[in-house]
Design a protein around this ligand. Structure first.
Ligand SMILES: Cc1cc2nc3c(=O)[nH]c(=O)nc-3n(C[C@H](O)[C@H](O)[C@H](O)COP(=O)(O)OP(=O)(O)OC[C@H]3O[C@@H](n4cnc5c(N)ncnc54)[C@H](O)[C@@H]3O)c2cc1C
Length: 469
């Protein structure tokens, strides 16, 4: 069903400032100096997003005597960690369906470890006094098409079977919660999601790292990893650092371990926020629980309220550029913002006339199993974790623990998981890669309209590569 909209979506966008709403904050900390000259440390963490920050912080918590250095190419939190939707989710598997399809034998364990990870994040924020507008609101996945209602019912049934808490809501129950004429049903996860201000989370973790004695250098790009005797020598723009162990937390950027590169492609995801809603506008929607929302399509929107009652609205288009191109100019995509705005007003026509204040994009590290994978190089002295595929706000902390386990050579419940021991299939080289991604996107959009997975998607499902399978 396509509903007409009264507002011209483009008019709602003309005043929007390009750039992340979260990073546009006077509380942004001043940058730290770059690394210069020669340094030595026990553990070097490369990358200052959540994954690197958690790795550095947890390493110091495990052993306060450890000399830990973190280097970041630009500024802590400038990339995905300062641009995301702020859905801090317990799921380590990019959702229930993906997790159950891939690791049915250990899914209940993954669900439990994911919940514990989320609880421990909350506890850490409290312990260090990190203010990141944390709200443990839960989330609802909404169906806007009939076939999605069936899928949510099936997901509710699977959740019960695998010990995961989910509650099916019919249209009346859902609309009593959040008022949109597009809603047909919902699946609530009451405890598995917190909403955060992503940039404040990154800056808070940076401050916590500094407080426990992590040496942080910004504007410092690692260009090479060279095993040398007992150390790994890492070259940077103005210096070099010799480290006993190295953790790579470089997400969608080209990995310093070259053989890992075919496993991840950078995919652009886009987000916008509105001006703050007036009390009347908010009342017209309801949204008393302030829960995070997403729709159940393959190409889905995610949306939520910010602390000052704006609506953040993102997702839907996920764009891969030929040759894995990364560039600051790709952060803006007017065509996508137009589509997002049109879909926004279809969902909430009662907000006619509201304006968007910020539009931005960021890169996600997509892998073919849609959830992170782990590995080591240089005979166990370098660890990496990547492939979070757009669900890494909380999962990066779990990944940090896995990297530290691996670097210590420890066998833990985490390292024994099949999810941790296995890798996804790599992507093929260009031009097959680009063609494959485009064909998949086109097929997924079709599947969203009629609920049928075409031959291509069914083939991908059979290979374990199907999104939503
Ligand atoms: C638009 C958008 C919306 C999203 N929404 C959500 C959401 O709501 N919920 C969710 O769970 N996830 C979401 N994600 C995904 C989530 O943001 C990421 O999974 C998470 O931030 C990854 O953290 P990270 O530390 O691995 O990566 P990043 O934050 O990308 O950090 C990697 C860092 O490594 C640095 N780096 C790279 N190479 C080098 C080098 N050679 N030397 C030095 N430094 C280097 C980079 O400069 C960068 O700062 C979203 C992502 C995007 C882009």
């Amino acid at each position: 069903m396509t509903l007409a909209i009264a507002t011209d979506p483009v008019r709602s966008l003309v005043d929007a400032r390009p750039g992340s709403f979260w990073l546009d904050d006077p509380a942004k900390p001043a940058p730290l100096p770059a690394l210069a000259g020669g340094q030595h440390c026990d553990l070097l963490v490369i990358g200052g997003g959540y994954c690197g920050l958690w790795t550095a912080l947890l390493a110091k918590e495990r052993d306060p005597a450890l000399d830990v250095v973190l280097i970041e190419a630009q500024e802590v939190g400038w990339a995905a960690s300062g641009r995301n939707g702020g859905f801090c989710e317990a799921s380590l598997t990019h959702g229930l369906a993906n997790g159950i399809a891939r690791w049915p034998g250990e899914y209940d364990q993954l669900e439990r470890l994911g919940r514990r990870n989320l609880d421990e994040i909350e506890e850490t924020l409290r312990r260090y006094g990190i203010d990141c507008d944390w709200e443990r609101t839960g989330s609802i996945n909404v169906a806007t098409r009939e076939h999605q209602v069936r899928e949510l019912r099936e997901a509710a049934r699977l959740a019960t079977r695998f010990g995961a808490e989910r509650e099916f809501l019919d249209a009346d129950q859902l609309r009593a919660e959040v008022n949109s004429r597009t809603y047909l049903a919902g699946l609530r996860d009451e405890h598995g999601t917190a909403l955060v201000n992503p940039a404040k989370l990154a800056w808070g973790l940076r401050e916590a790292c500094l407080r426990v004695g992590v040496r942080v250098f910004e504007r410092t790009t690692a260009t090479d990893l060279i095993p040398q005797g007992p150390d790994i020598v890492v070259k940077t723009g103005y210096g070099r650092i010799a480290a006993r162990r190295v953790a790579l937390a470089t997400n969608a950027f080209p990995s310093l371990v070259r053989r890992v590169r075919p496993y991840v492609i950078p995919v652009y995801d886009y987000v916008m926020v509105t001006e703050p809603l007036t009390p009347e506008q908010l009342a017209s929607i309801g949204w008393g629980s302030r829960c995070g929302l997403s729709d159940a399509g393959n190409l889905f929107h995610y949306y939520r309220l910010t602390a000052d009652n704006r609506i953040l609205w993102g997702g839907y288009d996920a764009i891969y550029h030929y040759g894995a191109k990364l560039s600051a100019e790709l952060d803006q995509r007017p065509a996508t913002f137009g589509t997002l705005a049109a879909n926004f007003f279809r969902t909430f026509p009662q907000l006619e006339g509201i304006r968007f204040t910020h539009t931005w994009g960021g890169v996600i590290d997509t892998c073919s199993r849609f959830s992170a994978f782990y590995g080591t190089a240089a005979r166990g002295r370098v660890a990496y974790a990547l492939g979070f595929t757009g669900l890494g706000v909380a999962a990066t902390r779990f990944a940090a623990q896995v990297m530290l386990d691996r670097l210590e050579g420890a066998r833990t419940e985490r390292t024994e998981l099949k999810m941790v021991r296995t890798k996804p299939l790599p992507f093929p080289p260009e031009p097959i890669r680009w063609l494959g991604v485009e064909l998949t996107r086109w097929s997924l959009a079709r599947a969203d309209s009629d609920g049928n997975r075409n031959l291509w998607l069914r083939g991908m499902d059979a290979l374990g590569l199907g999104f939503g399978s």
